[in-house]
Design a protein around this ligand. Structure first.
Ligand SMILES: C[S@@+](CC[C@H](N)C(=O)[O-])C[C@H]1O[C@@H](n2cnc3c(N)ncnc32)[C@H](O)[C@@H]1O
Ligand code: SF4
Length: 375
């Protein structure tokens, strides 16, 4: 089982909080697509012919591409790789791109899942973080997608935005849950160095949300989504039954994936590699057969750290049996020794040889994970 991630590093404008590698440079779209098709060819053996179970177009803003541009990429993927008949095929979209006409044009492509970045249903929030859509457009985008026949829709939300109160967040959740969607990703806002939001905080221009209210908002989130039948299958991801993101779940299960495009990461069970974070340098390197990525072979400790970090964030938890089998008794003992205080304080459950965070543990997940890392 394997996945393909395709990074579309373009945005029409930059949101203040975001530090993903993207540029406002639509003039490069056609030549970048040519180079990504070439990368798909150059790396066709990377996954060793494993069937492709998930394809994910992430961004940046994949919905900036036209149907024809998506078709060029799909043609290369289907010619060069063995895509499973029931593969999950997702694209990320920004609401203002999702006209009914555009969405209907995409129905002839193999997409069967869509992830719409909404972030907030409050126009004041949206303006402050420099989103290019309104709340009304976000709601219309979801309705258009449903009308065009998409029946597996996820939305992204951010809580803890500047000036946000728990009462305001509750309203966001009500708006989201009234949309008849199947999946929600909700992230606590992080302040990333170098972003416009980081500077606004340094200049004292915004009111930040304190830890106590961040925790309160997370508990509100859990309550609200669970009441509507969503399962919290990972700290930030919530799905109705049968609608977990298979692509993200494969990252958490340590399955191999190929990442194509500038800044995309790949993993083949023994090493990680990451492509150059520059559209022009990437195109130049691909076209001159030069190196377009860096690579790191993972040590046993690196692989143990990755396993612990991702599995403990999921509802399925960290399976000690797998840990012992994959990483040996010493690392298993190290993990149990370091997590013991959190088990004793009921921030972690240890049941049927699996470790799982309790709601209290989720609120201090970073602290717990740091204790378990092996350097
Ligand atoms: C890189 S974006 C791509 C999605 C799409 N371009 C959009 O903006 O809707 C993926 C998601 O990461 C989340 N995200 C990005 N930066 C974040 C930050 N600093 N704090 C919390 N969430 C963030 C947002 O929810 C966003 O939708
Ligand atoms: S959040 Fe999405 S639209 Fe905004 S800058 Fe990041 S990738 Fe671009």
């Amino acid at each position: 089982m394997a996945g393909i991630y395709i990074h579309i590093p373009f945005c029409k404008q930059r949101c203040t909080y975001c530090d993903f590698y993207t540029e406002v440079a639509p003039q490069f779209i056609p030549s970048l697509i040519d180079s990504m098709v070439k990368e798909l060819y150059i790396r066709k053996d990377y996954l060793q012919n494993a069937p492709i179970n998930t394809i994910y177009f992430g961004g940046g803003t994949p919905s900036i591409l036209s149907k024809e541009q998506f078709s060029i990429i799909f043609k290369a993927v289907y010619n060069l790789y063995t895509v499973a008949d029931d593969a999950e095929i997702t694209f990320e979209a920004n609401p203002d791109d999702l006209t009914l006409e555009f969405l209907e044009s995409l129905r002839s492509l193999p997409f069967n899942r869509m992830s719409i970045g909404i972030q907030s249903f409050d126009d004041k929030d949206l303006k402050r973080i420099n989103r290019r859509h309104t709340s009304k457009q976000a709601i219309e985008a979801v309705k258009n997608a449903q009308q065009a026949g998409f029946s597996n829709i996820s939305i992204d939300l951010i809580y803890g935005l500047p000036f946000q109160t728990p009462e305001a967040w509750e309203k966001q959740l009500d708006s989201a849950l009234s949309l008849n969607i199947q999946h929600i990703s909700a992230y606590g806002l992080t302040y990333e160095e170098g972003t416009a939001l980081w500077k606004q905080r340094e200049n004292g221009e915004i009111e930040t949300v304190d830890d106590q209210n961040m925790n309160k908002m997370y508990l509100q989130l859990l309550d609200k989504v669970q009441e509507k039948g969503f399962e919290a299958y990972e700290i930030s991801n919530f799905a109705l039954q049968g609608y977990r993101s298979r692509h993200n779940s494969s990252y958490w299960k340590q399955e191999p994936y190929l990442g194509v495009g500038p800044s995309a990461h790949s993993y083949d069970l023994t090493s990680r590699q990451w492509n150059i974070s520059s559209i022009t340098d990437y195109i130049k390197a691909i076209n001159s057969d030069a190196a377009f990525f860096e690579r790191e072979v993972l040590t046993l400790n690196d692989r143990y750290n990755d396993f612990v970090m991702v599995s403990l964030r999921t509802a399925d938890g960290l399976d000690m049996k797998t840990l012992r089998k994959e990483f040996g008794p010493e690392l298993a003992a190290y993990c149990l020794k370091n997590i013991k205080t959190f088990i004793d304080s009921e921030q972690v459950y240890y049941f049927e040889d699996k470790l799982r965070l309790t709601p209290e543990g989720i609120q201090i997940s970073n602290l717990i994970l740091i204790q378990l890392m092996k350097v």
